[in-house]
Ligand binder design. Structure first.
Ligand SMILES: Cc1cc2nc3c(=O)[nH]c(=O)nc-3n(C[C@H](O)[C@H](O)[C@H](O)COP(=O)(O)OP(=O)(O)OC[C@H]3O[C@@H](n4cnc5c(N)ncnc54)[C@H](O)[C@@H]3O)c2cc1C
Length: 463
């Protein structure tokens, strides 16, 4: 129980100087931000709480990239495209996968081998000249509140506390931790919205006979319903995303919703990961009993990070909304385009919630083949802030669009844009809010981003 009486702790913290840009969080957004900025000649420090980069894709065992093409062309260029193509050339994508999965096909996932992804990211950041600090957590921040500027961040690792100064900061923590500590306005799921999308604790399994299993699509539900009827599961959740092939006899399970988990509460995270492990064991027995090809299944591990879908998002200079998505809006300052359907998981395990999810996914909020919507620069900028950007899962959008852009390829594009914008600001004296977005788009295009807008504008689109 936390007491309401505070404890005043005074401590002298060593100061680290010499960095131009600090990126907090090494998931797809943070990696995109750090590499793009370092390649442009900036001195970058990447702070990561775990011992690898990749975020949800590695420590979270979400070992598949979401769709990157729209049935006609690849929409995601830049660093993300480089990563997936390099992984393919090294044999790190799932065996037998067709490159058209990410280059062309409509709504097709690209599963990968998690250790290969970690290795590629290690190589790319080192080659780019990024300084990485693993096992290091950002815990506080010093700001000049009046002019909305971040002066430095406080980190903690085995060597103790450090105060790290820089000219620019990018929050890629997934939970907008740096933005929130800075005092930037944020929305929290469950506090500012009626619901929190459920989390999931993914797992890796071995012993799958994929040839035999191919005929079963557990997401369609017959076997899951049978098991629910038989009282197999602690919670009767009809929605099982299912197992993806990530190795010759290896599968990644995206299964087991952790409902109403508030990822900004330590108790919820603690109880949630314990429940997630219990559910994963129930799926082990379910697969062995009900799914052909999985009779010899072995459970290797659950993830070390909970798969959080929704927690905190900033209030940005622009808030991308479902009308923009449905209108396939093109923005002059767009920093990426995307096609993925709006994926809002059910808020509880009722049949009604599951059916609503299916309708939204298949009929209501899904762009067609060949289509895409724009992701504008302003969703990366906390409203009014000068040297602070946010990229990845915690950018500024409504809940519906968040259901599309929270995935790894979109996070990577946003990270690359934030890193590129920060360098432009450092070099020119422009701020996050006053950035010349025409120059930004041109720099991103030179770095192979796919930005098909026909007209550009020096000013960002604002809400
Ligand atoms: C169950 C589930 C299934 C999914 N399936 C897919 C899928 O199939 N395909 C897909 O493309 N996407 C999928 N996603 C979405 C996607 O994985 C994430 O939304 C995406 O990885 C978010 O990227 P990010 O860079 O914003 O944050 P993250 O990937 O969450 O990375 C944030 C990083 O910041 C670090 N960090 C956090 N706080 C601090 C701190 N204070 N100091 C230092 N470091 C910190 C974390 O350790 C982490 O490495 C799924 C998500 C979930 C939850």
């Amino acid at each position: 129980m936390t007491s309401s009486i505070g404890f005043k702790l005074e401590r002298t913290i060593p100061v680290d100087e010499g960095y131009e840009l600090v990126v907090a969080g090494g998931g797809p957004a943070g990696v995109g931000a750090a590499i793009s900025a370092a390649r442009l000649g900036t001195k970058v420090l990447l702070i990561e709480a775990t011992g690898c980069m990749g975020g949800m894709g590695t420590s979270g065992l979400v070992t598949a990239f979401d769709p990157m093409a729209n049935g006609e062309q690849m929409l995601v260029g830049g660093i993300m495209r480089e990563i997936v193509e390099t992984m393919y050339s090294r044999g790190y994508m799932s065996p037998g996968i067709d490159p058209n999965c990410w280059r062309k096909f409509y709504h097709r996932w690209s599963p990968f081998r998690v250790e290969g992804y970690k290795r590629i990211l290690d190589e790319l950041v080192v080659q780019a000249g990024v300084e990485v600090r693993f096992f290091t957590r950002l815990i506080d921040v010093d700001v000049s509140a009046a002019d909305r500027t971040v002066n430095g961040v406080v980190t903690h690792n085995i060597e103790g506390y450090r105060f790290i100064k820089a000219k620019a900061f990018i929050d890629c923590t997934g939970d907008a931790i740096l933005a929130d500590l800075s005092g930037a306005a944020c929305r929290e799921a469950g506090r500012d919205t009626p619901n929190i999308m459920p989390a999931t604790l993914p797992s890796l399994f071995v012993g799958i006979d994929w040839e035999k299993k191919r005929t079963v699509n557990e997401q369609k539900g017959a076997e899951v319903r049978q098991a629910i009827q038989a009282g197999h599961f602690t919670q009767p959740d009809p929605f099982l995303v299912g197992m993806s092939k990530v190795g010759h006899n290896v599968g990644y399970l995206n299964g087991g919703h952790l409902f109403n988990l508030n990822a900004l509460r330590c108790r919820d995270l603690t109880e949630g990961i314990m429940l997630g492990r219990k559910i994963a064991e129930e799926y082990l027995h379910f697969y062995r009993k009900y799914i052909p090809g999985c009779e010899n299944l072995e459970h290797v591990t659950t993830a070390s990070l909970i798969g959080v879908r929704e927690s905190r998002r900033i209030v940005g200079e622009y808030e991308l909304n479902i009308n923009d998505y449905m209108a396939k809006r093109e923005f002059p300052d767009q920093i990426g385009v995307f096609n993925k359907f709006v994926d809002i998981h059910p808020y509880d395990y009722s049949e009604e919630a599951y059916q609503r999810h299916l309708i939204e996914k298949e009929k209501s909020f899904k762009l067609k083949e060949g289509e895409y919507f724009g992701i504008p620069y302003g969703i990366l900028v906390p409203k009014g802030w000068n040297n602070l950007w946010v990229a990845g899962r915690c950018v500024s959008s409504d809940v519906m669009v968040h259901g599309s852009i929270r995935v790894q390829p979109a996070c990577s594009m946003m990270g690359q844009a934030a890193g590129t914008a920060a360098v432009q600001a450092i070099r020119t004296g422009q701020t996050a809010c006053t950035l010349d977005t025409e120059e930004l788009v041109e720099t991103l295009r030179k770095a192979n981003a796919f930005l098909p807008q026909t007209s550009l504008s020096s000013a960002m689109t604002r809400s």
